[in-house]
Design a protein. Structure first.
Length: 511
């Protein structure tokens, strides 16, 4: 019999319902007028499909998942790797549920040793804490998600209703349909405001047959039918016309073609978010979405402000207008780097408008891609050399700036690495305080230099920050005391070294 847990002693029906029609409706609630806002109830459904490769979803017989992509957003992204965490389910689902990266939630593998859900609870628990009147629901057949067995639960006992089945013991091919039936009954006949539903058999097919197999595609097709059940259940709600649903579909990690995960290949690190709902353009594709954004989006959908407590950003949040991201259309394929697939376009030396790079002290030669500050993507940079912490740069999004003397040194050169990235001149008022913020990932070694310098009104640059130890995937904030009479400030990021490590910078803002 399934194990049923309840935060408020509410029973969960485990009775299988008849298979619902799977036609995907086109209803999308809209917001705008005061009258609409007053009569619309915001709700969210997060569907988790373990170990699923996005490119294989596109290739499978999966009309419901592909329909969500056509009607909403598709966002592909990459995970961390060891030593931050393995590309396995424990860290992956913890990241999705909590909205923070493993360096905060503490889960590094499937033992759940070091978990810190007290400080970083799952999004359903955060919703319960903020708005106890809302109804929350979670159903899964991988036990750690909703049961105290095997190191869990990821979703805490504060969640109103939790259904836990035993997929590892009884088989995901048997248990997934039970999850779909029970969750469909809950979604259609009860009143959940925020729900999480998990399916596990795609991951099982990946382990048994590999992601390149027909069996893997078939498993995606079977889960797609169950996704259709959930969507139809939502659409058949008596109050659906008065509701504004956001649907999110995601996965915890990828798979190699031969089968397996846990390591640092781009296939194992591959994840995605598919999202449909008000404010999400149909057929849109984004490169700046991360797994941590699932929790932030779910919370925001039901009116819970994620604030600064989590790493994620709601999908509907205003664009941060990071100038580095504007460079994506100009990215180039590899030149000297043989480890990066030839079809991956991921670097440029041309800065965005207003920015510049000073390579006057830079040596000549070396690996072309990394000759001075470069603008790159994670998929490109992290494949230049695996397992040297490049995969840990999780707080950068889309295109970021990187200075990498280690990779530059892999081809003959003269001189040493010494390059400076320079911002535009930003207007300031003398005698005030400004806050310089950016995301950074710095790997230190003796002999290299990493400095943040500022200059006012074109004067001599002054060092305001020097890195002398690792600063892994860090959100940096520096307070600048603007001197009297200053009208503008310019920031420089200088990195120097030879065959040392690297420094990345992203989303530089002055506020």
């Amino acid at each position: 019999m399934p194990t049923v847990l309840s935060g408020r002693a509410l029973a969960v029906t485990a009775t299988a319902t008849a298979l619902l029609a799977t036609a995907l409706g086109a209803h999308t609630a809209t917001a705008g007028t005061a009258a609409t806002a007053a009569t619309t109830t915001d709700k969210v459904l997060v569907i988790g499909i373990d170990g699923t490769v996005l490119d294989r979803v596109k290739a499978a017989n999966a009309p419901h998942l592909q329909g969500l992509m056509a009607q909403g957003l598709t966002a592909k992204s990459t995970l961390y790797a060891n030593p931050m965490a393995a590309t396995s389910s424990g860290p992956g689902w913890s990241t999705i549920a909590t909205g923070v990266w493993p360096d905060k939630h503490g889960v590094k593998d499937n033992t759940f040793t070091g978990k810190n859900y007290t400080a970083y609870p799952d999004f359903l628990t955060r919703i319960e804490n903020a708005k106890p009147a809302l109804n929350t629901y979670a159903a899964a057949d991988w036990e750690p998600l909703t049961s105290t067995d095997a190191g869990g639960p990821v979703f805490s006992a504060k969640v109103d209703k939790r259904l836990s089945l035993k997929g590892d013991r009884d088989g995901y091919g048997t248990e997934d349909p039970k999850i779909a039936a029970a969750a469909s009954a809950e979604l259609q006949g009860q009143n959940p405001d925020a729900a999480f539903v998990y399916f596990g058999q795609v991951d099982g097919a990946g382990h048994s047959y590999g992601a390149a197999s027909q069996q893997y595609l078939d498993a995606i097709g079977r889960v797609d039918v169950m996704v259709g059940q959930l969507l139809t259940a939502v659409q058949n709600r008596p109050t659906y016309a008065q509701e504004n649903w956001k649907i999110l579909v995601t996965t915890d990690h990828g798979h190699t073609d031969a089968g397996g995960h846990g390591g640092s290949t781009i296939q194992e690190r591959g994840t995605f978010v598919i999202a449909k709902g008000a404010g999400i353009p149909a057929g849109s594709v984004r490169s700046d979405v991360k797994l941590v954004d699932v929790a932030a989006t779910a919370m925001a959908q039901v009116g819970v402000d994620p604030g600064q407590a989590i790493d994620g950003i709601p999908l509907n949040a205003p664009d941060d207008n990071d100038p580095f991201d504007t460079l994506r259309p100009n990215l180039q394929a590899r030149v000297d780097e043989t480890g990066i697939p030839a079809g991956v376009k991921g670097f440029t030396h041309t800065p965005p408008a207003g920015w510049s790079i000073d390579n006057s002290k830079m040596g000549t030669g070396g690996v072309t891609e990394w000759a001075g500050w470069t603008f790159a993507t994670d998929e490109f940079w992290s494949q230049s050399q695996r397992d040297q912490w490049r995969e840990l740069n999780v707080r950068s999004r889309d295109v970021f700036a990187v200075a990498d003397s280690d990779e530059w040194d892999d081809k003959s050169h003269t001189g040493s690495y010494d390059s400076t990235l320079i911002t535009p001149r930003w207007a300031v008022t003398g005698g005030t305080t400004k806050n310089l913020t950016f995301q950074t990932h710095y790997h230190h070694e003796a002999g290299q230099t990493a400095q943040v310098l500022v200059s006012y009104n074109g004067g001599a640059p002054t060092v305001v920050k020097s890195y002398t130890a690792d600063a892994v995937a860090k959100a940096e904030s520096l307070t600048l005391q603007v001197p009297a009479g200053a009208t503008d400030v310019q920031v420089r990021f200088r990195y120097a070294g030879t065959n040392n490590w690297y420094w990345t910078v992203d989303n530089v803002k002055l506020g």
